[in-house]
Design a protein around this ligand. Structure first.
Ligand code: ZN
Length: 416
C-alpha cells in the first residue's frame, strides 16, 4: 500500500493548488488577441508587426507573439493596428430645437453615428457649449455616448449659438468659464471662435481662463475685421500648448500660414518650436491644398489631425477623420506620422496621456486599418481635387475592449 506522509500530502496539495491557479491565470490572461498586425504606437515607439493582448477593457501586453489560448482572436495580418483615434475638433452639441448651433445652417452630429466607422474612439466637441450650457451637453450627449466625449468650453457663456451671441464680449467671462472647467473632468480646454471684432479680448480672456484652470485654449480665427496678426497670436497672446485649429485655411478674413508666393512664413516654424499646436480642423471651409502642400514641402507637418465634423463638412471634402489622414498620406506624411497626429499627439494636446497609446494597463481603445492602393481623389474646401494612390479604411474599432465596428467580420468566427 502506498502511503503518503502528512508532509507529502501537504506539499502535493500545494502543488495541485498552484497548478490550478496557473491554469486559471492562463485561461484568463486575455479575452481578445489581435494577431500579426503592424502596430503603430507613437508613445511607446512601436512600429512593427506585433500581437496585442487585451483582457476585458484593458491592454495587457504588446509582444512579438502572444499565446491567445482560449481568447477571441482577430487576424490582423496585412493591417495596421493603432490606439483608437482621437479627434479634438468635432461638433456634437445640438443645444435646443429653437437654437441654431453652428452657423450657415449646419448642425452638430451624434458622436456614435460617425466615430467608430472611422476608427475614432474619443472626440472633443469644440466650443458647442459654454459655461451656461455645459450641463445640457453633458446630459444630452456625454452621458449617452459610447464614444468618449470631451469638451472645449466656449469662452462665450452661451456657447456656439451663432450671430450676435458670439459677438457679445460681455458674455466672455474668464472667471465663470474657469470655474466650470475646473468642476468637470470632461472639459479639456477652452474654445475661441467666430469673433468678428478687431479686439484681442476673446483670446486673452480664454487664455486667462485656461491659465486659471490649467487647460489649453483652441483658437478658430477666421472672422476678425481687419484680420489680426497670427504672428502676434502665436508669439504674444498664446501659451505653449495652446492650439491653432484650421491651420491650413485660406480665407480673406484670416492670415494664412503660407504666403501668396507659396512660401511657408518663417515665424510658423518658430511658433511650432515655441509649442503652439497646429491642428488641422478641416471642416467645410478651412482646409486648402494650396496651403497644405507647400507647407508640407517646406518640412512643416501639423501636430494634430482633426475633422471639425458637422453636417456641412462630412458631406463635402472633409468626409471623416480617415479621409483627412489619407490626404496627408498622399501629400507625403508617413503612416506613422498620420497615426501619431491622430492618437498620441492629440492625447498630449488635451492632457490625457492615459489615452492614445497601447501601454499595458491602458484602456483597450484600438483601431485596425487597411491601406488600399488604387486611384483615389480628394477634395479641399476650395472645391479643388488632388489625386492620390492610397487610402485608409477602418476594419475594426474597439472601445474599451468591445467591438464597435467590424467591416469585414475579422473578429467573428466563420458561419461554417
Ligand atoms: Zn469647428
Amino acid at each position: 500500500m502506498f502511503v503518503l506522509s502528512q508532509q507529502k500530502v501537504k506539499s502535493l496539495a500545494g502543488a495541485i493548488m498552484l497548478a490550478l491557479a496557473a491554469c486559471a491565470a492562463n485561461a484568463q490572461d486575455y479575452t481578445l488577441v489581435i494577431k500579426g498586425g503592424h502596430v503603430i504606437d507613437a508613445k511607446n515607439n512601436i512600429n512593427e508587426v506585433m500581437d496585442v493582448g487585451i483582457k476585458d477593457d484593458k491592454i495587457v501586453r504588446v509582444a512579438k507573439s502572444i499565446d491567445a489560448k482560449g481568447a477571441q482572436v482577430v487576424d490582423a495580418k496585412g493591417l495596421y493596428v493603432t490606439p483608437g483615434l482621437i479627434d479634438i475638433h468635432s461638433h456634437n452639441f445640438y443645444g435646443t430645437e429653437e437654437d441654431h448651433y453652428l452657423s450657415n445652417g449646419y448642425t452638430a452630429v451624434a458622436p456614435d453615428e460617425f466615430t467608430f466607422r472611422s476608427g475614432v474612439t474619443t472626440v472633443a466637441d469644440a466650443g458647442g457649449a459654454g459655461w451656461k450650457s455645459f450641463n445640457k451637453f453633458k446630459e444630452q450627449t456625454i452621458n449617452h455616448s459610447d464614444t468618449r466625449v470631451f469638451s472645449f468650453l466656449n469662452i462665450v457663456g452661451e456657447g456656439m449659438r451663432g450671430g450676435a451671441w458670439e459677438q457679445n464680449l460681455s458674455d466672455m467671462d474668464a472667471k465663470a468659464t474657469a470655474t466650470v472647467v475646473k468642476a468637470h473632468k470632461e472639459i479639456v480646454g477652452i474654445k475661441v471662435a467666430h469673433y468678428m471684432g478687431a479686439e484681442w479680448e476673446p483670446v486673452d480672456r480664454a487664455v486667462q481662463a485656461g491659465t486659471s484652470a490649467n487647460v489649453p485654449v483652441m483658437i478658430d480665427f477666421g472672422g476678425n475685421t481687419p484680420p489680426l496678426s497670427i504672428e502676434d497670436l502665436f508669439m504674444k497672446h498664446l501659451r505653449p500648448g495652446d492650439i491653432f485649429t484650421h491651420c491650413f485655411a485660406q480665407l480673406s478674413s484670416r492670415e494664412a500660414i503660407v504666403d501668396d508666393q507659396g512660401k511657408l512664413k518663417a515665424f510658423i516654424v518658430a511658433a511650432q518650436q515655441r509649442g503652439i499646436i497646429f491642428d488641422v480642423g478641416h471642416g467645410g471651409g478651412s482646409f486648402r491644398f494650396s496651403q497644405a502642400i507647400p507647407a508640407l514641402k517646406a518640412g512643416f507637418i501639423p501636430n494634430t489631425i482633426s475633422t471639425d465634423l458637422h453636417t456641412g463638412s462630412m458631406n463635402a471634402g472633409m468626409k471623416d477623420q480617415l479621409n483627412i489622414m489619407s490626404k496627408f498620406l498622399n501629400m507625403g506624411m508617413t503612416v506613422q506620422q498620420v497615426m501619431a497626429a491622430s492618437t498620441w499627439h492629440p492625447a498630449k494636446a488635451i492632457k490625457h496621456e492615459e489615452l492614445g497609446n497601447l501601454s499595458p494597463g491602458a484602456v483597450a481603445d484600438v483601431a485596425v486599418f487597411s491601406l488600399k492602393k488604387g486611384k483615389f481623389g480628394f477634395i479641399d474646401s476650395g472645391g479643388f481635387r488632388m489625386d492620390g494612390d492610397q487610402k485608409l479604411e477602418t476594419e475594426l474599432t474597439l472601445r474599451a475592449g468591445k467591438v464597435m465596428w467590424d467591416l469585414n467580420g475579422i473578429s467573428r468566427p466563420s458561419w461554417k
